[in-house]
Design a protein around this ligand. Structure first.
Ligand SMILES: Cc1cc2nc3c(=O)[nH]c(=O)nc-3n(C[C@H](O)[C@H](O)[C@H](O)COP(=O)(O)OP(=O)(O)OC[C@H]3O[C@@H](n4cnc5c(N)ncnc54)[C@H](O)[C@@H]3O)c2cc1C
Length: 410
């Protein structure tokens, strides 16, 4: 079989995989996306999209649907433990757009998945195959030979230019094809729920139109609205000892220590969590090998991290923006992936480090928490922009970003 020109195969139609497919298609490459599920995964909760990721998505032509379905909060309100009013309101929203060329917003995952999928469907050079049962490949002097068992059990053979594993934290591409490491349980879990916004309507304990970040000894929570779904997204993070993190039941009640309920905001959220909670063990991936020849990794498959800086998906989106032009310009898949790896690893490792250290900062016990609060307060409402300029102001393809108008809460 002869090699398929520059046909690039991607395993996984998640945020990273679909962003890469779209970015490649815009350069004219032929892309085949292999997705294990029968249809697009539209479950899940909310996601914060910081300006560094939003710039990439805007440039892929998604600014209008993102502005339509997303929400741009004015601030992130920080509430230290048992404090009825925010310690500080960190500016995000329009302030971020002015400073970094794209707003800091939130969106429901189902909407983001739909936006990416619908954009991909407009390209005849993207083929998304659902229900894929298995893929295997061998690397040889002439490149890659790939075999894919499709939904109907038939097998197709191909000779891709490169194969990219965007198949998430438990990536088969990483663990089986590349013989890389398994993901490791971080010791933290996320408890997630959605609350009808109207249930918080007259509740002044927590703002309905902002991101709230609640800090406490040994836990923290993040809550923000999805006005289009009339839902308030809540994620509560605690440390849990789990036997086998991959076998725990996802639907549970949080084992909330009494101390958590002394936080008025958490108490309000717990009271109104009528849909129940689902528990997600948080796994992390640490590997320095993001490619083996023309087989590479992006997104969580390469670098799943703690979500405490809200950057996991953002890093996958950036990966796609860096890798796509390399895959269409470099002479072979191996050199494209080698360059991508050298351009990305330092930055992603830094983001992984701050995400992990945020866990310790957010969960601080008294009296250290007092010092933390004084420092955060002294930095002021745009202090985080100065501290995180390297993160939010990063532009993988240095062109001018489109500044979007924000959608206002009604
Ligand atoms: C509680 C929580 C909050 C978060 N909040 C944020 C946030 O605010 N901002 C942010 O940027 N990030 C956030 N993240 C991180 C973010 O969710 C992930 O980093 C992101 O979804 C990873 O995208 P991905 O495309 O790499 O992987 P995934 O979303 O896991 O997609 C992988 C895809 O590959 C498919 N797949 C898997 N195996 C195979 C196979 N063998 N064959 C074919 N297909 C396969 C899967 O079905 C899936 O569609 C958060 C994470 C958590 C847990």
């Amino acid at each position: 079989m002869v090699a398929d020109g520059r046909t690039i195969y991607i395993a996984g139609a998640g945020i990273a995989g679909l962003t890469l497919a779209l970015a490649l298609a815009k350069f004219g490459a032929t892309v085949v996306v292999l997705e294990r599920t029968e249809k697009l995964e539209t479950t899940g909760a909310g996601i914060q999209i910081s300006p560094n990721a939003r710039c990439v998505l805007d440039r892929l032509g998604l600014s209008r649907p993102l502005a339509r379905f997303g929400f741009v909060p004015e601030s992130i309100d920080i509430y230290p433990y048992r404090r009825p009013k925010p310690l500080i309101s960190l500016q995000v929203g329009e302030e971020a757009a002015v400073r970094f060329g794209a707003p800091y917003g939130v969106i429901h995952r189902a909407d983001l998945a739909d936006i990416l999928f619908n954009a991909c469907r407009r390209f005849a050079n993207i083929d998304i195959q659902f229900g894929v049962r298995q893929f295997d490949m061998v690397s040889h002097t002439k490149g890659l030979s790939l075999s894919v068992e499709q939904a109907n059990h038939s097998t197709i053979e191909a000779r891709p230019f490169a194969f990219i594993g965007a198949d998430g934290v438990h990536s088969r591409t990483r663990t089986v094809i590349m013989s890389g490491p398994e993901a490791k349980y971080s010791g933290y879990v996320a408890w997630r729920t959605m609350i009808p916004i109207s249930m918080l309507a007259d509740n002044h304990i927590i703002a309905r139109d902002r991101v709230s970040l609640l800090w406490g000894p040994g836990f923290h929570a993040v809550a923000y609205p999805h006005p289009h779904h009339d839902r308030f997204n809540v994620a509560l993070f605690t440390k849990e000892k789990l036997g086998d993190p991959n076998k725990v039941s996802k639907v549970q009640e949080p084992s909330l220590p009494k101390m958590l309920l002394k936080s008025p905001q958490i108490e309000a959220l717990v009271e109104n969590a009528i849909a129940g909670w689902s528990m997600w063990p948080l796994n992390a991936v640490s590997t320095s090998e993001w490619h083996k020849g023309p087989v590479g990794l992006i997104g969580d498959a390469a670098h799943a991290m703690l979500p405490f800086q809200a950057q996991g998906a953002a890093m996958g989106i950036e990966d796609a923006a860096i890798l796509a032009p390399l895959l269409v310009t470099e002479p072979d898949g191996q050199s494209a992936l080698a360059r991508y790896q050298s351009l990305r690893q330092k930055r992603v490792a830094r983001v992984q480090r701050i995400s992990a250290s945020n866990g310790s900062i957010y969960h601080m016990e008294w009296p250290f928490s007092l010092i933390r609060d004084m420092v955060v307060s002294a930095q002021g409402p745009v202090g985080h922009f100065n501290r995180l300029e390297w993160l939010y102001g990063y532009d993988p393809n240095p062109e001018v970003c489109t500044v979007q108008t924000t959608q206002h809460f009604s």
